[in-house]
Ligand binder design. Structure first.
Ligand code: ATP
Length: 344
């Protein structure tokens, strides 16, 4: 289902939980709503579902304004973080629930439930109750149950939040494959950036009720358009006096400009080791941390602190060692603009 949202806002009393949010979603895409707690993600999802009435704005499914349609007429399936399965019903009965409500013929229900149970890898578990399943299995049942009535849009609110890290990672890969196979437009809420980056076709970054940026995970990572997005996605260090760093002196022309610097754009070497020596600065190693696959190195250039990573094959640095530091790229922001500045 193609979705269009225009100027969506929601106030609770004086508090504006969602402010003038507009976006479009292509049919079949998996979208991650990502942002800090309290930013308005769930409120947006609930308005799409019809569980909350927008204060203003339009929600359009397939060219039809659905603001006034009740949830059950919007063709939506839900998966919540706390499973919300019916405890007294078996896996089979849980998956069949929405079809029974629709009063479909018994044979049709059986066939559809069996195919969903197979699709979601739950064969053999049909007669178990939710209490007899693991967290990951319960979420699969929740997914199968949501898909049973053939919704056109699937909404998932922190579907993996209650599941431990290892299973969560398996489950999100599984979910992505399932959604691709079924071809259903889906939106999931998360505050876990890794999850959003790994799973979503597109991410929408929501903060303080506003849509900060929408794009592919790669695009958002490479071209953050606001300071908030750059700090929220990936690792970075914010530098207030960016123009004091070699190669970024021009930033002094724009007052109030800050830089963000990502670890992967920092090259370090023992003094004299860096090829583009004219652009390098002398600094010191403050600390190093062993990360299993690499060293995390904390650097100091005057009063500026930066973080980068160094591969295990390279000679080990020690705190206090002098190093040459070359910053290849910085993201610059002021109140009205954003730029990328490179040192070549
Ligand atoms: P989280 O990640 O913690 O679930 P969120 O981004 O999903 O957060 P929302 O649940 O949409 O955020 O909440 C946005 C803001 O609106 C919060 O400050 C919340 O307290 C407020 N809010 C949500 N629902 C209501 C309500 N029914 N009445 C009053 N305030 C509400």
């Amino acid at each position: 289902m193609h979705i269009e949202v225009k100027g969506l806002s929601k106030s609770f009393g004086d508090f504006q939980a969602v402010q003038d949010v507009s976006f479009g979603i292509q049919k079949g895409h998996l979208i991650g709503l990502l942002g800090p707690s309290g930013g308005g993600k769930t409120s947006i999802l609930r308005m799409l579902a019809g569980l909350e009435t927008p204060s203003s704005g339009d929600i359009i499914f397939h060219g039809q304004r659905v603001n006034d349609l009740p949830p059950q007429e919007r063709g939506i399936g839900f998966v919540f973080q706390n499973y919300a399965l019916f405890k007294h019903m078996t896996v089979f009965e849980n998956v069949a629930f929405g079809l029974k409500v629709k009063k479909l013929p018994k044979d049709g229900i059986k066939e559809r439930v069996q195919s969903l149970i197979e699709l979601t890898g739950l064969k053999g578990f049909e007669h178990r109750y939710p209490a007899q399943l693991s967290g990951g299995q319960r979420q699969r049942v929740a997914f199968a149950r949501a898909l049973a009535p053939e919704p056109q849009l699937l909404l998932l609110d922190e579907p993996f939040a209650a599941i431990d890290a290892k299973i969560r990672s398996e489950l999100r890969t599984w979910l992505k494959e399932m959604i691709e196979r079924v071809g259903i437009t889906s939106i999931f809420v998360t505050h876990d950036q890794e999850e959003a980056i790994e799973v979503a076709d597109e991410i929408m970054i929501i903060s303080k009720g506003r849509l900060e940026q929408k794009g592919t995970p790669w695009d958002i990572y490479k071209n953050p358009q606001t300071q908030f997005v750059a700090e929220f996605i990936g690792e970075s260090t914010t530098v207030a006096n960016i123009s004091s760093l070699t190669g970024f002196e021009e930033a002094a022309a724009w007052s109030g400009t800050k830089g963000l610097i990502r670890p992967e754009y920092i090259e370090i070497g023992k003094p004299g080791e860096i090829t583009l020596a004219s652009a390098a600065m002398r600094g010191l190693v403050r600390h190093i941390h062993f990360r299993g696959s690499e060293w995390m190195v904390e650097l100091e250039i005057g009063d500026i602190r930066l973080i980068t990573y160094r591969s295990l094959e390279k000679e080990v640095l020690k705190p206090g060692d002098p190093v040459d530091i070359l910053i290849h790229r910085a993201y610059l922001f002021n109140d009205s603009n954003s730029w990328i500045m490179e040192n070549k």
